[in-house]
Design a protein around this ligand. Structure first.
Ligand code: FE2
Length: 341
């Protein structure tokens, strides 16, 4: 946020109130402190403002015609684009019922009318502080995502792999019954799981021929390096085990830790099946793209060898057979070839 202001007051605040006098009062008070203020006379225009302006905090009147403050709040909190924007509900009385409804709608704080100036500014400042900290985290996340995509971008053959992986592992994760937290972790891991490849030289990463044993040793480091890169981000706590263990095998023959069976985190077991399938159905320098049926057959053989979780593979097979994945679209004639894990 680079708004010109005195002291530390920065940020854009949306004031939504159907009473013009209330809006003006708040606007004056907050602008005088250096905040940028935008206003809305009703719920619909508040949501419009949120869609078009970068808002850092919302002061929302509860009693507005058409869409109430509660409903607006709920919409803000259920939209991934705005759910991290703090919402303060402004109510006429310290009505317990209103508070309960506000909490249910996801409000971050409450103010009662007549609004006390000092209290208003104190709450606004503390909520904005939190908001900016969250923004910083979000930025760190997007730096990681960009890095992951630029690594993927080096290899034209893996283009789009991260996004497909994120999307389909989420679908498989939901089918397997993972928690919402794990699903979020899977979505992130789909994008960043190979971020450790940043430490693998291009000569190895893009080598069309067979890899030597030393080259393999370098490749096998990428889950550990990836975990280290993402470790400082607290919000990636559940993503780390997926990154570290996405090359383990069910029979214990994988890397880096040689984990076996259920000791491999379930989200990693989900990701790896989708990862392998996607690699098979995509053209690579050393092989053509497999059809979905051929890819499934290959993965099935690998399950029989003891590499992947048979139960999760069963669920994945259902998804592919139901045609709920367009992974099948890119299928080409089967060409058996060695493929890089
Ligand atoms: Fe990998």
């Amino acid at each position: 946020m680079q708004h010109q202001s005195h002291q530390a007051a920065t940020g854009t605040i949306l004031v939504a109130d159907d009473q013009a006098s209330n809006r003006e009062l708040m606007q004056e008070l907050l602008s005088r402190q250096g905040f940028k203020v935008v206003t809305a006379p009703d719920g619909a225009s508040a949501l419009e403002q949120l869609a078009t302006t970068q808002v850092d905090l919302v002061l929302l009147d509860v009693m507005m015609p058409h869409i109430t403050g509660f409903a607006v709040c709920q919409k803000i909190k259920s939209n991934p684009a705005t759910d991290l924007v703090p919402v303060v509900l402004v109510t006429a009385l310290s009505d317990k019922q209103d508070r309960l409804e506000g909490i249910k709608a996801g409000a971050d704080d409450f103010l009662t009318r007549p609004v006390d100036r000092t209290e208003l500014l104190a709450r606004v400042r503390s909520l904005l502080k939190l908001k900016f900290r969250t923004d910083e985290l979000e930025r760190a996340e997007s730096v990681l995502f960009s890095l992951a995509r630029s690594i993927e971008g080096k290899d034209p053959y893996t283009s789009g792999h991260c996004e497909r992986l994120a999307e389909f592992s989420v679908r498989l994760g939901e089918r397997v019954g993972l928690s919402e937290e794990q699903i979020t972790a899977l979505r992130r891991a789909g994008v960043v799981h190979d971020i450790g490849k940043v430490a693998v030289p291009d000569a190895i990463l893009l080598k069309p021929g067979r890899l030597t044993e030393e080259e393999w040793t370098v490749i096998r480091q990428h889950p550990v390096v990836g975990e280290r890169i993402c470790a400082p981000l607290k919000s990636f706590r559940l993503v780390l085990p997926i990154i570290r263990h996405h090359h383990e095998k069910y029979d214990g023959s994988g890397y880096p830790d040689g984990l076996r069976g259920d000791a491999i985190p379930v989200a990693a077991r989900v990701l790896q099946i989708v990862d392998v399938f996607d690699a098979l159905t995509t053209e690579r320098p050393y092989k053509k793209a497999f059809s979905a049926a051929d890819a499934l057959q290959t993965v099935r053989e690998e399950v029989a060898k003891g590499w992947w979780d048979p139960q999760i593979f069963g669920e994945f097979e259902q998804i592919v057979r139901n045609g709920t994945t367009d992974l099948v679209v890119r299928g080409r004639k089967l060409t058996k070839a060695a493929r890089q894990p």
